[in-house]
Design a protein around this ligand. Structure first.
Ligand code: SAH
Ligand code: ZN
Length: 687
C-alpha cells in the first residue's frame, strides 16, 4: 500500500502530494509523537498509579473481581500499573496499529501477558460477550485521552460509548473527574494574535494610519484551540481581571454526554480593564475524594515547586468575540460552549432580563468570515502587530523607494505594499500568490487605496509583461513570509519567486531583503530535550521497546531532519556563540549548484548539548536586518531571547555530550547542504 503525504515544496511555494511507502506515515507519527513526553511526565505517571491502586482496592474491598478497561493504552503503561496493583484482568485497547504492536511486546517483556489482552481496535468497535473481544463488561475504566483542551482528542464520545457498552454501571473511573478552570485577562500581547492593530506610518505628507477593514474587526476568528506554554508568558504581559473560576466538570464514573452544551458562571472582576482573553486549563482528580490531583494550573496559580514540565498538556488561550470594558465588582456572566471536540467562550454583562439572556448565549463556534484568520495564523498576527519590526521595514523601504519606483511585492498577505504606497512609491504593484487576495481588496478599500495597488493573481513563473503594464520592476520587496513554510529556510521561496520573475526586473533593480543568512547555535534545553529522549524504565516498567521504536522512526530517513519549535516557549541556554553558516544573495538568481558549508563550533559554556538551533536573518538593506530567531543573548548565563512570532528549527543530537569549562573547548563539527533543487537543508553534526 502507498500513502500520499502533503508537504509544501519550498521551491514552488505550493503543496505537493508525494507518494510514500506505507511505513512513512507511521514513522512520522511515531517520531513526532508525544509518547516520550508522556512517559517523562513523572507527576502524571505517579498520580495515575496512585489512582489505579486506589480504584483496584475499592473494587476488591467490595469483594468483586477487578476487570479493567484501558482505552488508548499506548505503551500499555496504565494496564501494567493496574495488573501490578492486583487487577484480575485488563483489556488494553489501542487503535494505532504500530502502538498496539509495541504494547504487546512491552506487556510481554514485563511479564504481564496472562493478565493483559491488547486489542488493536478503536474502542467503539470493541465487542463484549463470550465470543467478543471482552468476556464481560469492565468495572474499572482507565483512560488518558486528554489534550490541552481536555476534549479535543475525542474523550467525550469515547466515554459516552464506553459507559453504554463496555463498562458496568457504578464502575470506578481513573481519572474520576476533570474540571476546567478559567480566568479572565487583559493582554495586548495575546490580543495581538487575533486582532490587527492600526499601523502608524510617518510619511512625507504627515502621519498615515493603516486600519483593518470592519469585516476583520468583527470577525470571530478561528475555532481551533490556541494552546501554549503559559508558564513562559511573563506576568507583565497580561493582567488578570478575575479570580480563577471553575467553569465545568465531567464525572467519568457516570454516563457521559458528548452532545453540544453550554456552561455559565458568574464573575465579578477584581479589577477594571478590557476583557479580551479567557485563559483556561484543567485538572483531573484520580480518585472520588480529590486527594490525588494532577493539575495544569500555571505558575501564578500554584507554587512553582509543584510545576511539572510537560508538552502534551499545556494551557489554552481563548479569544473573546470582542473586547469588552469591564468594571471592578460588576456582575458578569461567562459562558463556555462546547461541541464534542472543542470549547469557545462568550462574556455577557448581567442585566435585569437575565433569564432571557440565558436562552441566547449558546452561539455557534467561531468561524472566520474575513479570511484573514485563515491566511495569517496567530503568530503571524503577532508579527504584523510588532511595531519595532514594522519600523525596520519602514526605515528600509524609505531608503530604497524613489518617487518613480515600480514595486512588486512577493509574500503571502503582506502589508508592505500599503506601507510602500504611503511612503510614496508612485506605483506599487502588488502581486499575490495562490489567489489568497480576497481579504486584501477589503483591506485596500478600508484604506481608500484600491486604485493605487494592483493585485496580480498569478504565480511568479506565469507573470506576463501585461500584468505589469509593460513596466519593469525597480523595487522587489518581500518579508519574506509564506503560509506553507514549516522550517525557517522554507521562506527562501522568495528567492525562487525572485528568480522566476527575473525577466521583469529592471537592470538596476533593488531587492529588499537584499540577502538572508542562516544562523546556528548549540544549546542546552531546560526541558524540551524530554520530547526526544529515551525513557528506559517508567514507574518500574521497562518501556525500552518504545524508545527503540522512536529511534528507528527518527532514523527512517537516512538523514535526520530538523523540526520547527517556537523557542520563546521552550527556554534554552546557549553553549556556543551564534554562528552564521550560510548566506543567500537575493540580488542574484538561485544558483544551479548546491550551497554547502562545513566547519566547527566551540562549546564555550558548561552544559549538555542537546541540539542545534537554526534560524534565518533577513538583511533588508546593507545596515538593517531582522532576525526570525535569536533576538538577544545574555552572555554571562547564555540565556536566549527568541523572536516570539516565529518558529525556529531544532536539530536534536542523537547523543548528548556534557561540556565542562575548558581552556581548550570541545568543538562540534557540522556540515550543511542547501539543495537548491529541493529547497531543503540537510545537516550533520559530529560531537
Ligand atoms: N495510555 C497511555 C497512552 C496515552 S496516549 C499512557 O497513558 O501512557 C492515547 C492513546 O490512545 C493513543 O495511542 C491513541 O492512539 C489511543 N486512542 C485514542 N482514542 C482511542 C479510542 N477511542 N480507542 C482506542 N485507542 C484510542
Ligand atoms: Zn477572520
Amino acid at each position: 500500500m502507498k500513502t500520499f503525504c502533503g508537504r509544501a515544496n519550498p521551491t514552488t511555494g505550493s503543496m505537493e502530494w508525494l507518494e510514500e511507502g506505507e511505513d512513512y506515515d507511521y514513522h512520522q507519527e511515531i517520531a513526532r509523537s508525544r509518547y516520550a513526553d508522556m512517559l517523562h511526565d513523572k507527576d502524571r505517571n505517579v498520580k495515575y498509579y496512585q489512582g489505579i491502586r486506589a480504584a483496584v482496592s475499592r473494587v476488591k474491598e467490595r469483594g468483586e473481581k477487578a476487570i479493567v478497561l484501558d482505552i488508548g493504552t499506548g505503551t500499555g503503561l496504565l494496564s501494567m500499573m493496574a495488573a501490578s496493583a492486583g487487577a484480575d484482568f485488563c483489556y488494553a485497547i489501542e487503535v494505532f496499529k504500530p502502538m498496539a504492536n509495541a504494547a504487546v511486546k512491552i506487556v510481554e517483556k514485563n511479564g504481564f501477558s496472562d493478565k493483559i489482552k491488547v486489542i488493536n481496535k478503536h474502542s467503539t468497535e470493541v465487542t463484549v460477550g463470550p465470543d467478543g473481544d471482552m468476556q464481560c463488561r469492565a468495572n474499572i475504566l482507565v483512560t488518558e485521552l486528554f489534550d490541552t483542551e481536555l476534549i479535543g482528542e475525542g474523550a467525550l464520545p469515547t466515554y459516552e460509548h464506553a459507559h453504554k457498552y463496555l463498562v458496568q454501571e457504578g464502575c470506578e473511573a481513573v481519572p474520576h473527574r476533570a474540571t476546567v478552570y478559567v480566568q479572565l485577562v487583559e493582554s495586548r500581547r495575546m490580543w495581538s494574535w487575533k486582532k490587527l492593530f492600526p499601523v502608524h506610518v510617518e510619511a512625507e505628507d504627515g502621519e498615515k494610519i493603516l486600519v483593518p477593514p470592519s469585516e476583520m474587526e468583527n470577525c470571530p476568528g478561528l475555532p481551533s484551540v490556541c494552546d501554549i506554554q503559559l508558564n513562559q508568558m511573563p506576568s507583565g504581559d497580561f493582567s488578570t481581571l478575575s479570580d480563577v473560576v471553575k467553569m465545568f466538570s465531567v464525572d467519568f464514573s457516570k454516563p457521559v454526554q458528548s452532545a453540544s452544551t453550554c456552561y455559565r458562571v458568574q464573575l465579578e472582576p477584581v479589577k477594571s480593564g478590557k476583557a479580551q482573553i479567557v485563559l483556561s486549563w484543567w485538572d483531573i482528580d484520580m480518585d472520588p475524594s480529590g486527594m490525588i490531583n494532577c493539575s495544569m494550573a500555571p505558575y501564578w496559580v500554584k507554587p512553582t515547586s509543584a510545576l511539572q514540565w510537560r508538552d502534551h498538556w499545556m494551557q489554552c488561550v481563548y479569544f473573546l468575540p470582542r473586547e469588552e470594558p469591564v468594571l471592578q465588582g460588576e456582575n458578569l456572566y461567562l459562558t463556555a460552549c462546547r461541541d464534542e471536540y472543542s470549547v469557545w467562550y462568550n462574556l455577557q454583562k448581567a442585566r435585569a432580563d437575565e433569564e432571557e439572556q440565558k436562552a441566547d448565549v449558546c452561539v455557534e463556534s467561531p468561524v472566520c468570515r474575513c479570511r484573514a484568520h485563515l491566511l495569517w495564523n496567530r503568530p503571524r498576527f503577532g508579527e504584523l502587530n510588532d511595531q519595532s519590526r514594522t519600523r525596520q521595514y519602514i526605515k528600509s523601504l524609505r531608503k530604497v523607494l524613489k518617487t518613480d519606483s515600480v514595486c512588486l511585492c512577493i509574500s503571502d498577505g503582506s502589508l508592505l505594499p500599503v506601507l510602500a504606497h504611503y511612503l510614496g512609491a508612485k506605483q506599487v504593484q502588488y502581486f499575490v500568490l495562490f489567489f489568497r487576495s480576497l481579504h486584501f481588496s477589503l483591506f485596500f478599500k478600508a484604506n481608500n487605496i484600491e486604485d493605487k495597488i494592483k493585485i496580480i493573481e498569478a504565480r511568479p513563473e506565469l507573470l506576463k509583461p501585461s500584468h505589469l503594464e509593460d513596466k519593469k520592476i525597480s523595487v522587489l520587496v518581500g518579508e519574506p513570509f509564506f503560509t506553507t513554510s514549516l522550517l525557517p529556510w522554507h521562506n527562501l521561496y522568495f528567492w525562487y519567486a525572485r528568480t522566476a520573475v527575473s525577466s521583469h526586473l529592471a537592470s538596476n533593480v533593488t531587492v529588499l531583503p537584499q540577502s538572508a543568512s542562516l544562523h546556528m547555535m548549540i544549546v542546552e534545553f531546560q526541558d524540551l530535550w524530554r520530547i526526544r529522549s529515551p525513557c528506559g524504565i517508567c514507574e518500574g516498567f521497562d518501556v525500552r521497546t518504545m524508545d527503540d521504536m522512536i529511534k528507528d522512526s527518527l532514523n527512517f530517513r537516512e538523514s535526520k531532519e530538523a523540526e520547527p519549535h517556537p523557542l520563546w516557549e521552550y527556554p534554552c541556554k546557549s553553549l556556543s556563540e551564534p554562528q552564521e553558516v550560510l548566506t543567500f544573495d537575493f540580488t542574484k538568481t538561485v544558483p544551479q549548484h548546491c550551497l554547502s558549508t562545513e566547519g566547527s563550533v566551540k562549546l564555550l559554556r558548561k552544559g549538555k548539548s542537546h541540539g542545534a538551533v537554526l534560524w534565518m536573518e533577513y538583511h533588508l538593506t546593507a545596515d538593517i536586518s531582522v532576525s526570525t530567531g535569536l533576538m538577544e543573548l545574555s552572555n554571562e548565563k547564555g540565556n536566549c531571547e527568541w523572536n516570539p512570532h516565529c518558529k525556529q528549527a531544532v536539530y536534536f543530537f542523537s547523543s548528548v555530550i556534557e561540556s565542562e569549562i575548558l581552556s581548550d573547548p570541545t568543538a562540534v563539527e557540522y556540515a550543511m547542504n542547501f539543495d537548491t533543487k529541493t529547497g531543503e537543508i540537510a545537516m550533520d553534526f559530529k560531537l
